[in-house]
Design a protein around this ligand. Structure first.
Ligand code: NAD
Ligand code: USQ
Length: 384
């Protein structure tokens, strides 16, 4: 198949593009380099050094013999999006290209507006470009488990059978997200379901949990193929951060009691889930939703796991939670769709955590310890 990966310069987009290319798909990547710009804005850098997109694509061609065209441009530029779709003629598009950090979206009004404009309008431009160039294109869109929040009932895969006053209907599962970023994904999901229902688009919305890990079968083949690894309190995700903090001898920063529970998955499962979704397209008119996670853990459980695996002393510090989120709650998620397509999960094992320790040790001089501490507060704009 011909697959276009949007956001293909990012943490997950780059290894996914490599995985799809490795599996024989003609793969191209598109990115506007916004993520590298946020690094400059925040004064941080990936823990592992990364090459620019051209060097990465050239290295992949050298290693694999496979060419990977690159398109540098913005999804907010509708003409650019139409041009790329007309030129590359994809059968499937994988859409990672959004501002994805909850704390970044909560810095202030400007960052909230930027996040929702970038994410919602970018996706809307893409929907029109697909509908007007080739409505048969299967769109595989990255959503997030955080769209659901932490409701006190079981979380289904996107849809809920509702019985109300003696009548029944199948409705989109109600959403209770926890940041302006997570809300942007909810808005996307509604727009995409509308596109399927009204225009007959074919869409798979992947409500992904928090990803951990940094290496895949392809990225390890050459140092120039490495993907980014974020440790800072804005873009770094929790398990990656805990592994990094352990190696640096810094306390693991558990926000609040640590009872908050989330869905997680290994980066190697992310790339495989995308391949499975691409190779098994949604039907025309179908808004298909999968919950892309393999295990649930509370933040405290993760801190304990890292402390157990690390061969040295580890301190766990409970910081006042800068976010507004439930500390103790019910969490039971259905996630059988991708397993049904053939996913064989890599569950959190000591082996993976230990391999992360090695990656961090090799690059620890690149860390600015000041960037480890959270500075963005969910109610930061309110008068104290
Ligand atoms: P990332 O920030 O590393 O990558 C996103 C890429 O999209 C960046 O390279 C950025 O430059 C690009 N981009 C952003 N806006 C764009 C635009 N308007 N036009 C073109 N390119 C644009 O993020 P990631 O961690 O790789 O996440 C990828 C996707 O997966 C996101 O949509 C995110 O919401 C979702 N997701 C990530 C995680 C996780 O743990 N990392 C978990 C669940 C869902
Ligand atoms: N947390 C800590 N200590 C830390 C960092 C985080 O206790 O040092 C806690 C947070 O309070 C939160 C949980 O860990 O309860 C997860 O936080 P995170 O920063 O790892 O992840 P989150 O903000 O939820 O966002 C990440 C990605 C986002 C993706 C989301 C999946 O950045 O793109 O959508 O994971 S999900 O959480 O399922 O919505």
């Amino acid at each position: 198949m011909r697959v276009l990966v949007l956001g293909g310069d990012g943490y997950l987009g780059w290894p996914t593009a490599l995985h799809l290319s490795d599996r024989g798909h003609d793969t191209a990547v598109l990115d506007n380099m916004a993520r590298r710009g946020y690094d400059r804005e925040l004064g941080v850098q990936s823990l592992v050094p990364i090459e620019d997109l051209e060097t990465r694509a050239a290295a992949w061609e050298e290693v694999s013999g496979k060419r990977m065209p690159t398109y540098v441009g913005d999804l907010l530029d509708a003409e650019f999006v139409y041009r790329v779709l007309t030129e590359f003629e994809p059968d499937a598009i994988v859409h990672f290209a959004e501002q994805r950090a909850a704390p970044y979206s909560m810095i202030d009004r400007e960052h909230a507006v930027y996040t929702q404009h970038n994410n919602v309008v970018g996706t809307l431009n893409l929907m029109y470009a697909i509908a007007e160039t080739n409505p048969d294109i299967h769109l595989v869109k990255l959503g997030t488990m955080g769209e659901y929040g932490t409701p006190n009932i079981d979380i289904e895969e996107g849809w809920l059978e509702v019985e109300h006053n003696g009548r029944k209907d199948r409705m989109l599962y109600p959403k209770k997200p926890g940041s302006f970023y997570h809300l942007s994904k909810v808005h996307d999901s509604h727009n995409l379901e509308f596109g399927c229902r009204i225009w007959g688009m074919r869409v798979t919305d992947l409500n992904q949990g928090v990803v951990y890990g940094q290496q895949t079968d392809q990225t390890v083949q050459d140092a120039r193929l490495a993907t980014r690894f974020d440790y800072d309190a804005v873009f770094g995700t929790v398990l990656n951060r805990f592994c990094i903090q352990a190696v640096l001898g810094e306390p693991l920063t558990v926000y609040g009691s640590g009872g908050q529970t989330r869905g997680f998955l290994d980066i190697r499962d992310t790339v495989e889930c995308i391949r499975l979704a691409v190779e098994n397209p949604a039907d025309a008119g179908e808004f298909r939703v999968f919950n892309q996670m393999t295990e649930s853990y509370s933040v405290s459980q993760l801190a304990d796991l890292v402390a157990e695996c690390f061969p040295g002393p580890v301190q766990v510090e409970h910081l006042e939670n800068p976010r507004v989120e439930q500390a103790e709650h019910y969490y039971n998620v259905k996630h059988t769709g991708l397993v049904g397509l053939g996913l064989q999960p890599h569950l959190l094992s000591e082996t993976l955590i230990e391999s992360m320790f090695d990656i961090v040790s090799a690059n620890k001089d690149r860390v600015d310890p000041a960037a480890l501490l959270p500075t963005v507060r969910w109610q930061g704009h309110l008068k104290q």
